[in-house]
Design a protein around this ligand. Structure first.
Ligand SMILES: *[C@@H]1O[C@H](CO)[C@@H](O)[C@H](O)[C@H]1NC(C)=O
Ligand SMILES: *[C@@H]1O[C@H](CO)[C@@H](O)[C@H](O)[C@H]1NC(C)=O
Ligand SMILES: *[C@@H]1O[C@H](CO)[C@@H](O)[C@H](O)[C@H]1NC(C)=O
Ligand SMILES: *[C@@H]1O[C@H](CO)[C@@H](O)[C@H](O)[C@H]1NC(C)=O
Ligand SMILES: *[C@@H]1O[C@H](CO)[C@@H](O)[C@H](O)[C@H]1NC(C)=O
Ligand SMILES: *[C@@H]1O[C@H](CO)[C@@H](O)[C@H](O)[C@H]1NC(C)=O
Ligand SMILES: *[C@@H]1O[C@H](CO)[C@@H](O)[C@H](O)[C@H]1NC(C)=O
Ligand SMILES: *[C@@H]1O[C@H](CO)[C@@H](O)[C@H](O)[C@H]1NC(C)=O
Ligand SMILES: *[C@@H]1O[C@H](CO)[C@@H](O)[C@H](O)[C@H]1NC(C)=O
Ligand SMILES: *[C@@H]1O[C@H](CO)[C@@H](O)[C@H](O)[C@H]1NC(C)=O
Ligand SMILES: *[C@@H]1O[C@H](CO)[C@@H](O)[C@H](O)[C@H]1NC(C)=O
Length: 276
């Protein structure tokens, strides 16, 4: 993944996001987008007699209720949808959410394909039940086309690669915190109320974490990416001074913000590319 090319777009995305949602870091825009989606669904339902009958089992009282609610939403929905700024932001948010979901689907399907191709694993997983195994195999083969389509989408692949890096950076952050805690007797005593049994158990668990962390931090490509993300998060934190300062200074939250930025930047950039 050519992350370096992406990083330059952070500045752009920061500007876009800062403009878009100064207040409450975007939750208000997000919730507006969600209500737009909800109201649209409701109105579609109210206009589809077949679906109304089947959803309510023909209960005319319920149908009347749904219709009244839908009628009541119409004005609000048209007000919201007439705001092109908001609709533009919703498009970005929806595209991002859809892409994240698609990354998850790809991962799940790839796992299923690997399982279906490994007889040892199949026997183990389905306790040697050939009915179940054949059923699973046929299910997997029926989604092969969809998986191939998703995998062949370069935009999506790049997006998922960034997404995976963001998750790794978050893991590193989490591991570092846990290890720092395990090495800090004062903090340990606080956390476990002086129970050394619990503290020792915690420490022995963390011993494994150190190896995991070392493996990740020895990857310079990944570390460069994490540093870039962190920097982007820091500049965003200082830009939106309306934010709760204690929240903004938490590395985890900053990383989270950087993650949203990275993916939002990606969608914004890709949106621009695809419109050309
Ligand atoms: C955010 O918006 C809400 C409602 O629109 C408003 O009540 C609140 O004061 C705003 N908060 C900030 C920090 O601007
Ligand atoms: C109404 O809903 C049914 C069942 O969900 C669907 O098959 C049909 O296409 C819908 N009709 C319209 C006009 O949207
Ligand atoms: C219509 O919406 C308004 C404002 O949200 C609400 O106060 C009212 O109760 C609603 N009426 C119906 C019939 O749902
Ligand atoms: C349109 O939506 C944007 C983004 O949510 C908001 O800042 C702006 O105030 C809205 N405009 C109107 C006229 O409601
Ligand atoms: C590829 O994925 C992106 C992001 O999910 C999507 O917007 C686009 O429509 C997809 N392209 C094709 C050809 O399916
Ligand atoms: C199949 O799974 C087993 C058990 O998890 C593993 O040891 C083996 O390497 C796998 N075989 C292939 C071809 O991936
Ligand atoms: C295998 O699984 C099928 C479907 O779940 C079940 O009906 C059948 O009894 C199972 N066979 C054995 C030998 O457990
Ligand atoms: C250990 O934890 C305590 C209490 O959480 C904190 O005040 C202190 O700075 C930490 N020490 C180190 C070396 O991080
Ligand atoms: C410490 O924690 C262990 C395990 O949870 C518990 O069995 C033990 O009673 C605790 N010791 C004290 C002194 O609270
Ligand atoms: C290092 O991280 C990059 C980016 O996340 C990844 O593509 C690569 O496979 C990793 N290298 C190793 C040796 O794990
Ligand atoms: C930030 O949030 C915390 C907890 O939600 C709160 O205690 C603190 O007063 C807030 N700080 C500011 C500057 O609003």
């Amino acid at each position: 993944m050519q992350i370096t090319g992406l990083i330059s777009s952070f500045i752009l995305a920061t500007a876009v996001l800062a403009k878009g949602d100064r207040n409450s870091t975007g939750t208000s825009v997000k919730s507006q987008c969600r209500s737009i989606a909800k109201m649209t669904k409701l109105i579609d339902l109210a206009n589809n007699q077949t679906e109304l009958e089947s959803k309510t089992d023909g209960d005319q009282t319920k149908i009347a209720e749904i219709k009244a609610k839908a009628a009541n939403s119409t004005a609000m929905l048209s007000t919201l949808t007439s705001n092109s700024t908001l609709m533009g932001e919703c498009a970005v948010i929806t595209a991002h959410d859809d892409a994240v979901e698609a990354c998850g689907s790809i991962q799940q399907m790839e796992k299923a394909v690997a399982l279906a191709a490994n007889d040892t694993k199949l026997q183990d997983k389905f306790d040697g039940n050939t009915t179940k195994i054949d059923d699973f195999k046929s299910k997997v083969s029926s989604m092969a086309t969809m998986l191939a389509t998703l995998q062949s989408n370069a935009t999506l692949s790049s997006f998922c690669a960034v997404q995976a890096d963001i998750e790794s950076c978050k893991d590193i952050s989490r591991l570092q915190k846990t290890i720092a805690l395990a090495n800090n007797e004062t903090a340990l005593t606080d956390k476990f109320n002086g129970n050394t049994t619990k503290a020792d158990k915690f420490k022995s668990k963390v011993a494994d974490d150190q190896a995991k962390l070392d493996a990740m931090t020895s990857n310079t490509t990944l570390m460069d990416t994490c540093n870039s993300l962190k920097q982007a998060g820091t500049t965003q934190g200082s830009a939106s001074s309306t934010d709760n300062s204690s929240k903004g200074s938490s590395p985890a939250i900053r990383l989270e913000a950087a993650g949203n930025l990275a993916t939002a930047a990606f969608v914004v950039v890709m949106g621009a590319v695809l419109m050309l």
